[in-house]
Design a protein around this ligand. Sequence first.
Ligand SMILES: *Cc1c(COP(=O)(O)O)cnc(C)c1O
Length: 388
Amino acid sequence: MSARLIPYGRHSLGADDIQAVLKVLESDWLTQGPMVQKFEEAFASYCGARHAVAVSSGTAALHLAALAAGFASGDEIITSPITFVASANCVAYVGARPVFADIDPQTGCIDVREIARRLTPATKGIIPVHFAGQPCDLGAIAALARENGLTVVEDAAHALGSSYLVDGEEFRTGCCAHSDMTIFSLHPVKHIAAGEGGVITTNDEKLYHRLCLLRSHGITRDVDRMETNDGPWYYEMQTLGFNYRITDFQCALALSQLKKLDDFVARRRAIALKYRQAFENELALGLLAEHPNARSSYHLFVILALGPDRAELFRALRKKNIGVNVHYIPVHLQPFYRENYGYRAGDYPLAEEYYRRAVTIPLYPAMSDNDVNLVIEAVCRSVKALLS
Ligand SMILES: *Cc1c(COP(=O)(O)O)cnc(C)c1O
């Protein structure tokens, strides 16, 4: 048994990260300085996208992406019921209707056939969520979007550093080869930390400029983009925007972390492989499959309680100081969604069945081999005890 709690996720900060932040704290700029652009350029280059726009959170990134996409009242936008509420909330922010499409129980990702089934003349966009770090079937989603004139915003909050194959060609998540925009989160449990933070990547010039405007009050100081110019003090507010900016010291941290991302992902994949090997012959447990066309960056590792009761397994593991969690309560069952959009239990049976079984076990790059073994032992012993 572990004496201290092993959390389900945790950031990995080194002396290099701390130095990078200190350097900015001693500089002239705490915000709106050079680090933001530096981070954006490095992030866009990592993902293989033309542009990256850094903002104050992943949720702000989703809100701005929904606005830039032009989602509005009367539109229906399709996302997964198995996600963090923010994926659907951004649709509600702009007055559009969040519509869900059930998951593929093999992967936990949205099922493209279910998206096709939910299309109506009001459908304007799709927000596929790369669940637990595994990219959705983006080739099929892009084809469906093209046929129906839909905007695709990937929610890749779980999936920085992942990649996928389309027709045998490999693409890195965030390159936007199969979407209009991709959003990421820089929350400390995600792949790289900025405290709070988010990023939107895009290859579309128009969307890029719109995102930049919306991030900072709808204001531009770019002379080439202004209607008039009264002088060097002049700026123009061209649309109703927000203050969704990120600070320079956060971007210094994120940039320093980005340099280590590939190592973080490699460690996450190595731990996931150990878990798979330990649990694949455990008939009382189910695992999500890694699709042959997807290379997950493993934000989360989920086990499915097929034999034991999920709540009992959860309690047994917490008692052993394993910081298990549940990702996610189906969004359509949240009171806000039931009351405002009329969703009910039974609307998305595969998502609901997944939710009844799911337990997230610890996974983060700084986990020691010993921690991994403690988790494996605790899971195997708990399952055995609950079934006897
Ligand atoms: C974390 C997360 C978000 C929101 O990111 P924040 O930076 O916490 O605002 C959005 N979507 C998903 C799927 C997430 O896991």
